[in-house]
Design a protein around this ligand. Structure first.
Ligand SMILES: NC(=O)c1ccc[n+]([C@@H]2O[C@H](COP(=O)([O-])OP(=O)(O)OC[C@H]3O[C@@H](n4cnc5c(N)ncnc54)[C@H](O)[C@@H]3O)[C@@H](O)[C@H]2O)c1
Length: 357
């Protein structure tokens, strides 16, 4: 295996130009090849990062660079499935942005395709790479909490202007190196799927499934409030897991400018509880035997570069895949797919099995 990998970046909009392309350029073991169906977006990214290898289709990129080993898919949500399928059909490893897909059936199809092709799917989650979240994961793995019985999973974030289709309102905060998302990316259901749940609960639910890896939703009921948007902004879900555990999963995107919000998972088990917030870095554990542990809050930088670095390590070194499509990716999509169907029926319970009928 070569020691420097060509990685296609499929979709060169906001997130690829903010996170993936700079991270690949900083990685001596990787070389990015750019792909975007929109020639303007492609050219802007190629100019900014002075990359000559830029194509309007993955097939054109592969014709010119048959040694591309993997692809990072960072396109709008409704295009995830088709773009990801194309990557796997070409025999490439895949780093796929969150949410893996909009529909559970599509996520399952990608998992099966990757297995047939013997290729990896890594989902582009970020928060669990943070040191306090790793400390939390270690305590769960060491079985300090016992069987997980009840979870609260809560995320509040400043996304309302994205959901309204006015991303320029955040220009002064995000300092986009090339571009922000388009007006449609997170506000138009044809591009975004849903709103806050597809954009953000995917992070907190993904963290829940990562921290407590015995959980998988069985039945979901949900209510959603769109406020003044075409997509959901405030969401409340109740979940029965396959192992009998119950969870509440909630979120709002309506925070004021500059508010970092919370991305919190609070696990309650047969032997104790643990609360972890990825934004403050606070981890608190209290066991039934009286043991208490506080990990002091930290304010770590957002680990935007970590997914592409891990992706390269995974291909070159066969490093562990922290967020495989088969588990964290798929389970999160199942929860969200069921939640949207439930909310459309005023909270009627939706069984995960129905998603595959
Ligand atoms: N992990 C994170 O923290 C994080 C942060 C922001 C965005 N994201 C995710 O990144 C993804 C992209 O978001 P964005 O804000 O950059 O969107 P965007 O709209 O800014 O960019 C998407 C780009 O994909 C291109 N595109 C669309 N379909 C394509 C296709 N089939 N093939 C090639 N190119 C195609 C578009 O022309 C556009 O340039 C989303 O899934 C989003 O949720 C993740």
């Amino acid at each position: 295996m070569a020691s420097s990998l060509k990685i296609a970046v499929v979709g060169t909009g906001w997130w690829a130009t903010q996170a993936h392309i700079p991270a690949l350029l900083e990685n001596p073991r990787a070389t990015p090849v750019l792909v975007d169906t929109n020639p303007d977006a492609l050219q802007r990214a190629a100019n900014k990062y002075q990359i000559d290898a830029a194509y309007t289709s993955l097939n054109d990129a592969l014709d010119a660079h048959s040694d591309i080993a993997g692809a990072i898919v960072a396109v709008h949500h409704s295009a995830h499935y088709t773009a990801a399928k194309g990557v796997l059909e070409n025999g490439l490893h895949l780093l796929l942005e969150k949410p893996m897909t909009l529909r559970a059936k599509d996520a399952k199809a990608l998992v099966e395709l990757a297995e047939r092709q013997q290729r990896q799917i890594l989902i582009g989650y970020t928060f669990p790479y943070l040191a306090p979240m790793q400390a939390a994961k270690k305590r769960v793995e060491d079985d300090l909490l016992g069987d997980i019985e009840y979870v609260t999973c809560s995320m509040s974030s400043m996304t309302i202007e994205f959901l309204r289709g006015k991303p320029a309102a955040y220009d002064d905060l995000f300092n986009y190196p090339v571009t922000g998302p388009t007006n449609d990316t997170y506000s138009n259901p044809a591009f975004a799927g849903g709103g806050q749940a597809h954009l953000q609960i995917t992070h907190s639910a993904g963290m829940m499934f990562y921290l407590a890896d015995g959980l998988r939703a069985k039945t979901v009921t949900a209510f959603m409030n769109n406020l003044d948007c075409e997509v959901d902004v405030a969401d409340a879900m109740a979940v029965r897991m396959e192992n009998g555990a119950v969870a509440t999963v909630g979120s709002t995107g309506n925070l004021g400018k500059g508010d970092g919000g919370i991305v919190e998972v609070h696990l309650h088990g047969s032997k104790g509880r643990l609360r972890a917030d990825a934004i403050s870095g606070l981890v608190y554990m209290r066991l039934h035997d009286g043991t208490e542990e506080r990990i002091a809050p930290t304010y770590p930088d957002y680990p935007a570069a970590e997914p592409s670095k891990r992706f390269v390590d995974l291909i070159l070194d066969e490093a562990p895949n922290e967020f495989p499509g088969k588990t964290v990716g798929l389970y999160t999509v199942e929860l969200l797919d069921a939640a949207y169907r439930s909310a459309a029926q005023e909270g009627l319970p939706v069984h995960i099995a129905e998603l595959y009928e």
